[in-house]
Unconditional design. Structure first.
Lengths: 449, 297
């Protein structure tokens, strides 16, 4: 009996020791694969809407092929993107990587929101395959601070059904400022609260005015070759011509909305509701109009009408990925891996194919040389032609010091001509340029741009 | 009667530590979320504040000098003062409403409810609704004007009208303030009115000699709060106009916000906030002194 008791105790002890040994061995196996966690503000995906399905597929592909990188996708705090991001960075709660508007890149570099990633990009070795002008926003003093994902251009979008109603051919959109006025006059019916052309006149109006100034042959600023001082040039003849065009749209031809302060969200609503027949907008936002109830057949896309120079210049804006400079090198490397995946040719093509599969028509211009979306996706022919043609005359938004402030100062002359019939574009532009020169450019001193 | 040497406590002599302990959480929260940010803001105003490497470069009174030389600052102060003045035009509406509510015989609760419900609606809802009313293309106000044979107005698009447009919705929401005045009116002893009637006083005499003197202190407080609120106005110009048209509705709070969050000049933004703060302190002290009246005098 005593002997049996000791045998049972020995067997139980062996089982316990063996289990503990196995558990310890399991832990040692897990330690070999270290998982790096990175936080983004992409947000969790909820539901089965077409765009959600696309994003889900793209994310799952990365997650399954990169088991060493765990992407924690949180929703960004509510509020306007820039303010929320700056507040989070100030409080040390910013994401490890962020997708931002390309126009903000220089400002964010100056504020210290972005990590310098020149070494990572050089090791990547893909710069020669990217259009050089597309890398301009992320390059400062020869160093890289981000990677652009894709670009988008301003186009003229118009309601083909409204064109047909007034006897205009939707396949022949306006090509010049004069034609734009002519078409807008035919499309305007104030008794029905319908107007031909939606014009942005609220506090982002300087941004939209950019294209018109360029189309008139002007520039916002030049650097004196001798003194290296910045000089405001938008009050020269092209700037006055562009502002006069705005004034004529409002007072001479009366083809824009009376509510000058309408923001572009409301202008989009007017476009969808059929109150506005034409609008200047980013082609990438076409799915937004389709989500609001329009069909692709109702939406026409055209290059921006050409100004006096005969060239339909359009601003080229990008979305850029940046990395948080306060995170560890290991996390920066992991974030860069995720960015590389998101901007890669394969992911771009996969995204386009998925969007086409789920009925999302969203034109975009990739950063890669030789890659064209219209070669791989069936867009309405009108859209493909418009994008291809507009691409020839696209240029980046300026990024000299105080460019953001200059756009704010431009609100004054733009709203003056839109609100006061007797406002003189030349005087208004001169006043604005003098203020910019005195309050912004002169204090900066010599620059090296 | 207490014995010699024995401690005797009344209700007013209880150890104060209990009171302090009960007050402490509230005081600490107040200090942390009110006074600490204020002090921090004052300190920030002496720096060209850097978000990522705080506090940045020390500039002394550089931000203050700049604020007093900035032409936009004088414009925004002028705009703000005008809006404050315009908002005071409606200061008597809640008083009149309260007096009428006090006078009404039947349906007091119904009338009070009718006037209170709009007051508890979030301000943003009111602002967005009024933005649609003011739309010059298809807003309700211009439709009414055109129906009456009048020309449509620009409303928020007219630099001369925009400021008034910001304050008009406030005139039509007197319910909350009227309720406070109503409470003050109902605190007036009825015997005073009865004695006045016996002495042959009419309605206007009762109003002038009994009612109004009793609610003047309350009016003083509401005026102070109204002026402080008006100087800090932000939501309405931000949502309605963004500061336009032609900077006619750009107010101090909006300019502070733009400088701090659009252009990341936190130091300069807090400087203007500090200036506004001290201005309001001085103004409030003056008003408090002015409204120190004894209703029984």
């Amino acid at each position: 009996m005593q002997k049996k008791k000791w045998i049972i105790i020995a067997i139980i002890s062996l089982v316990v020791i063996g289990s503990l040994w196995g558990l310890k061995g399991g832990k040692e196996v897990n330690k070999e694969k270290k998982v790096v966690e990175i936080i983004t503000w992409e947000g969790e995906l909820v539901g089965d809407a077409p765009n959600v399905k696309v994003m889900r597929a793209i994310r799952e592909e990365f997650d399954s092929t990169h088991p060493n990188i765990k992407v924690i996708r949180r929703s960004s705090p509510s509020g306007e993107e820039r303010k929320v991001f700056a507040t989070a960075m100030a409080g040390g709660t910013g994401p490890d990587l962020a997708e931002i508007a390309g126009v903000d890149t220089r400002t964010y570099i100056e504020q210290g929101f972005t990590a310098e990633i020149t070494d990572l990009i050089k090791d990547w070795g893909e710069c020669n395959n990217i259009y050089p002008n597309m890398l301009e926003p992320v390059l400062k003093d020869g160093k890289y601070y981000g990677i652009p994902r894709e670009f988008y251009l301003m186009h003229l979008i118009y309601r083909t059904d409204l064109f047909e109603k007034v006897g205009l051919d939707p396949q022949k959109p306006p090509r010049t400022w004069e034609e734009l006025i002519e078409y807008a006059e035919r499309l305007t019916d104030h008794s029905q609260n319908k107007y031909g052309f939606a014009l942005v006149g609220m506090d982002y109006c300087g941004w939209h005015f950019m294209d018109y100034l360029w189309q008139a042959g002007g520039e916002f600023m030049e650097v004196d070759p001798k003194t290296k001082m910045m000089k405001a040039t938008f009050d020269q003849e092209p700037g006055v011509v562009a502002l006069q065009f705005y004034k004529d749209l409002r007072w001479k031809h009366n083809v824009i909305q009376k509510n000058v302060l309408q923001d572009y969200g409301d202008l989009s609503t007017d476009f969808v509701a059929g109150r506005a027949a034409m609008y200047k907008f980013y082609a990438q936002d076409l799915p937004h109009f389709i989500n609001l109830g329009l069909t692709p057949d109702q939406i026409g896309l055209a290059p921006l009408p050409a100004g006096p120079t005969g060239i339909s210049v359009s601003q080229m804006a990008s979305r850029v990925y940046i990395i948080n400079p306060t995170i560890s090198k290991e996390k920066q490397q992991a974030a860069f891996e995720y960015i590389k995946y998101l901007v890669s040719k394969e992911t771009m093509i996969n995204t386009w194919k998925l969007r086409e599969k789920y009925g999302i028509l969203s034109p975009s211009i990739p950063i890669w040389k030789g890659l064209q979306q219209s070669n791989l996706v069936d867009f309405p022919e009108n859209w493909s032609n418009a994008i291809e043609e507009q691409s020839k005359y696209a240029r980046s938004e300026p990024f000299f010091p105080y460019w953001g402030k200059v756009k704010q100062y431009l609100i004054q002359p733009i709203q003056a001509v839109l609100l006061k019939r007797d406002a003189d574009p030349q005087i208004e532009m001169k006043k604005c340029a003098d203020r910019v020169q005195k309050e912004l450019f002169d204090p900066v001193g010599p620059v090296d741009l | 009667m207490s014995r010699r040497g024995e401690q005797h406590y009344s209700a007013f002599d209880k150890p104060k530590w209990a009171a302090v302990l009960f007050l402490l959480p509230g005081i600490l929260t107040f200090i942390l979320f009110r006074y600490y940010p204020m002090v921090k803001a004052i300190i920030m105003s002496f720096y060209d504040y850097s978000i990522m490497n705080p506090p940045g470069e020390f500039v002394g009174f550089g931000n203050y000098t700049r604020a007093f030389q900035d032409p936009m600052v004088s414009l925004v102060w002028k705009n703000t003062a005008t809006i404050v003045g315009l908002s005071l035009l409606g200061i008597f509406i809640p008083v009149i409403l309260a007096i009428l509510l006090d006078e009404v015989r039947g349906g007091k609760v119904l009338f009070r409810t009718i006037y209170i419900i709009p007051a508890i609606m979030p301000a943003m809802v009111t602002i967005v609704l009024w933005k649609w009313f003011y739309n010059p293309d298809y807003g309700l106000l211009n439709i009414i004007r055109q129906g009456l044979g009048a020309q449509p107005l620009g409303w928020l698009n007219d630099p001369k009208l925009a400021k008034l447009c910001l304050v008009i919705p406030g005139f039509l929401s007197p319910g909350y303030t009227a309720l406070i005045y109503l409470a003050a009116l109902q605190g007036i002893p009825r015997q005073m009115y009865e004695a006045a009637i016996i002495d042959g006083a009419g309605y206007w005499q009762k109003l002038w000699y009994i009612t109004l003197p009793r609610i003047v202190p309350m009016m003083g407080i509401m005026l102070i709060l109204k002026i402080i609120g008006a100087f800090q106005t932000f939501e309405a110009p931000f949502v309605y106009t963004g500061g336009g048209p032609l900077n006619s509705t750009k107010v101090v709070a909006l300019y502070i916000y733009e400088e701090a969050f659009n252009f990341y000049r936190m130091g300069y933004g807090t400087t203007m906030a500090v200036i506004l703060f001290f201005f309001l302190i001085v103004l409030t002290c003056l008003q408090v002194r002015f409204f120190k009246t004894d209703p029984d005098a």
